[in-house]
Ligand binder design. Sequence first.
Ligand code: TXA
Ligand code: MG
Length: 315
Amino acid sequence: MTDAPLLILPPDADGLARAAVFLDQGGLVAFPTETVYGLGADARNDRAVAGIYAAKGRPSFNPLIVHVPDRMSAENYCVFNNDAARLAAVFWPGALTLVLPLLPDAGISRLVTAGLDTLAVRVPDHPVAQGVLRAFGRPVAAPSANPSGRISPTTAAHVQAGLGNRINALVDGGPCGVGVESTIVSCVGRPALLRAGGIPTEALEACLGAPLALPDDPETPQAPGQLASHYAPQGTVRLNADHAETGEVLLGFGPVAADLNLSPTGDLTEAAAKLFDCLHQLDAMGAAHIAVSPIPDHGLGRAINDRLRRAAAPR
Ligand code: TXA
Ligand code: MG
């Protein structure tokens, strides 16, 4: 936590250098990735990582994703088997997080892995995220930059509204292109989907030439952070609604008359990019009851439906 006012940095060389100085001093810096804004800290500094948990109000058993600029850097911290190597070759940089065996001498804070012997690692595909990682030169632990359990941020304004007085700096790189978090795949044993996300499951399976074990499969290790209630707006959420009842605000998808529409043309990529911003807007409107149109459950629709189910779960 910090007492100093939030410093908003431009995404230029000077801003990136200043972000790196904060990270080096154990500070908390939010920055954009192609999925959502992350709240970064030095992954090797226990105090800095503890600061992430404190700022987010995050349960300390929930481990963090480590961000590195490329596959070669990732090799310093974890072990790649053939499946992991194949996925990294095709989808990095990008919206894919791999859970891999942690190297014993990796030097990553135990708070990052919450004591697990695996590490979640990702190479983001965003020039500002890449710039921060390269300017700092060490691994950066970064969860989504929102208070725990709340809606993930896809703009600098979302971050400022949620965490503004609890972090040191925020690099403003504009809105995030993908809009939902990375897909998480465990490559410890048979490849398993831990979280649907920005890379569609179908593309991963095509790359592996085999189906992924799914989250409800007893073989699949659990991502500790997959809490039933998450991504919650202030209002209640009703899914698969074909219209709004009295007192409800409709979050539409496709050609329906709606207060807000994720994609009037029914484009899942557009809907993913707008999802969290629409939920933030519904909060700003004071929507007490939210109805949501059905979303097809393929491609990015799986990640959207996953987030909406958690937003609708009992709290
Ligand atoms: O797109 C993203 O992944 C964003 C950006 C900032 O990179 N980050 C993000 O982080 O969504 P977060 O902390 O909100 O979600 C991380 C998820 C949690 O569900 C956590 O339990 C899981 O990753 N996780 C982290 N380490 C793990 C591990 N070793 N084994 C299984 N799950 C892990
Ligand atoms: Mg999150």
